[in-house]
Design a binder for this molecule. Structure first.
Ligand SMILES: C[S@@+](CC[C@H](N)C(=O)[O-])C[C@H]1O[C@@H](n2cnc3c(N)ncnc32)[C@H](O)[C@@H]1O
Length: 282
């Protein structure tokens, strides 16, 4: 299988305007941000002068993974909402350079909507602010949302309520431990999405690296997936390339149809930006 690019796209309330020079320029509703982006090693489509005329906020990296947001316009809000189809998401400026949404996941939200029916069981592992959970709940799926950070579960609840939905099952736990427990309990899921960070942190603050946990995660997930179910796995770790993902998928999902792809998005200026790797089973 050759490495294929899967292009995800923006929507009315999200636009990847431009990228280059180690940064990206994005529009979230009416608010425009500049964020560092290691994958944007090429020259930007527009000049940085143009970027700074448009943008409301820029993220300035400090040390490690954190930094500060600098206001580029007076009265720019630091919290606001955007819509995706009939869903509403709360956005905010976090010290990790994120805003509460990973827009490149749009392709997976659509896949989830298309593949879930009323009362199917759906599991979102490493669920962050719950975009995929809310998408699944909109399909009336019985939705389990697992994350090890309490504040992020609160943020996800806000997104559920803003989208006029209810009854997502919130689980504050280590994703792998939950999956292993579900296996012991004999519970199965029609859909699973896993979006593990390269470096994980458990509910009791235990730290782990994805490359050391991926096999256990894939094995447990494969065993709690129904025979006709689907699984989505995103990986951002440079230690897990497409070939390795494909070999693992061949092993853990031996008799299932699957595809392994690179996730990309085009900027409005015609540049192409890489967002990590994607496995879809089913
Ligand atoms: C990359 S984000 C997921 C993005 C999300 N799926 C989306 O598209 O909106 C990673 C999430 O995993 C959570 N996390 C990290 N380690 C975890 C662990 N061991 N168990 C459960 N959640 C974990 C973090 O709190 C964070 O919310």
């Amino acid at each position: 299988m050759s490495a294929q690019k899967l292009f995800t796209t923006g929507w009315d309330d999200y636009e990847l305007i431009d990228a280059g020079g180690g940064k990206k320029l994005e529009r979230w509703g009416k608010i425009i941000t500049i964020r560092p982006e290691v994958q944007a090693y090429f020259k930007s489509g527009k000049t940085f002068d143009d970027w700074y005329k448009m943008a409301h906020w820029e993220f300035i990296s400090k040390s490690g993974q954190t930094g500060n947001w600098k206001a580029l316009k007076k009265d720019a809000p630091d919290e606001w909402q955007i819509s995706y189809k009939q869903l509403t998401f709360q956005l905010g400026l976090t010290k990790f350079k994120h805003t509460g949404l990973f827009p490149e996941q749009r392709t997976n939200w659509d896949f989830i909507s298309e593949n879930l029916d009323y009362e199917d069981r759906f599991l979102n592992l490493f669920a962050y602010t719950g975009a995929a959970s809310v998408v699944a709940k909109k399909q009336d799926a019985i939705t389990f949302h697992v994350d090890s950070v309490k504040q992020l579960i609160s943020w996800a609840k806000e997104n559920m309520e803003l989208s006029n939905l209810e009854n997502i099952k919130w689980v504050h736990e280590d994703a792998l431990k939950f999956a292993q427990r579900e296996l012991k309990r004999g519970n199965k899921y029609k859909g699973i999405i896993m979006d593990p960070p390269a470096y994980g942190i458990g509910a009791k603050k235990e730290r782990w690296k994805l490359e050391n946990k991926l096999d256990e995660l894939m094995e447990s997930a494969s065993k709690i997936l129904t025979k006709d179910g689907f699984l989505i796995l995103n990986t951002y770790s440079p230690k897990i390339d497409l070939k390795m993902l494909e070999r693992k998928a061949n092993y853990y999902f031996a008799n299932r149809h699957f595809e392994v792809k690179e996730l990309w998005m085009k900027t409005s200026t015609g540049k192409e930006l890489y967002y990590g790797n994607l496995l879809r089973v089913g």
